[in-house]
Design a protein around this ligand. Structure first.
Ligand code: ARG
Length: 254
């Protein structure tokens, strides 16, 4: 009886261990479908057009996984929950404009970057352009982003206001609840094109970053397969075409 109990306990422990294990490539291939996580509120990178999730990195991801011979399933949650969900194996890969940072790399393994960009200052006032101009000002950023981390380091900033989405941070600027908004330079570029009358002005680039997808820490087999397929699509012009469609320029890292 005691023996049986010990065996049962061991079996349970094994199951629990399996449940927290990231799915390596072989297992994903066996199932045929990769589970992808994104946000869906960050145009033009990942957003909903009606019910359809689309955008630059959504199309990149779909092309890459197709090249890998896989079907895919999307899960969308708040930006802040994406890396946590990855660590909990709720999805195999996250693609939501994460900048590669040392901090994030402690908990996740990044793939090759699918674009190079940076955080830019946006304001309604032409006199707010540089990091120095943010002294004494209130700045809006999305929670959990690299923008938050960098704005916190700017000396003299009066207040950094966090918003659950980048769009909410932008609205705060639009309704003058803040003096500036820090976002991605391509997000800002599109905003200015779409709403030229809103009066948004872009200032200085606060910092630059490489943006990549992420898999669970040390799920190297999956990262390698993704990178191989991604590089093949860069070489055959597929990624360049998707980039031209959204940005009229090549946003990949050179
Ligand atoms: N690039 C920034 C970062 O690394 C912002 C990403 C925001 N992504 C999103 N889907 N809202 O934190």
């Amino acid at each position: 009886m005691k023996m049986l109990k010990t065996l049962a306990a061991a079996a349970l422990a094994l199951c629990a261990a399996a449940a927290v294990q990231a799915r390596p490539l072989a297992e994903i291939e066996k199932s045929g479908t990769i589970v992808l996580g994104s946000e869906g509120q960050y145009a033009p990178f990942n957003f909903f057009k009606g019910k359809e999730l689309t955008g630059y990195e959504i199309e990149v991801a779909e092309a890459v996984v197709k090249k890998m011979g896989l079907k895919h399933e999307w899960k969308t949650v708040g930006f802040d929950a994406l890396l946590t969900g990855l660590a909990q194996d709720r999805w195999d890969l996250v693609i939501a404009s994460h900048g590669i940072t040392e901090e994030r790399a402690k908990a996740a393994t990044f793939t090759d970057p699918h674009y190079c960009s940076g955080g830019i200052i946006v304001s309604l006032k032409p006199e707010i352009r540089t990091a120095a101009d943010l002294a004494g000002k209130t700045v809006a950023v999305q929670t959990g982003t690299s923008y938050l981390e960098h704005v916190k380091e700017v000396p003299g900033v009066k207040d950094v206001k966090n918003f659950p989405t980048d769009e909410a941070a932008r609205s705060a600027l639009g309704s003058k609840r803040v003096d500036a908004w820090v976002t991605d330079r391509f997000v800002a570029k599109e905003m200015l094109q779409k709403a030229p009358k809103a009066g948004f002005k872009t200032g200085e680039l606060l910092f630059v970053e490489k943006i990549a997808a992420a898999v669970k820490k040390d799920n190297q087999s999956l990262a390698d397969a993704w990178n191989k397929a991604f590089q093949a699509l860069v070489a055959d012009g597929t990624i360049g075409k998707i980039s031209q469609k959204y940005f009229q320029e090549d946003v990949t890292c050179k």
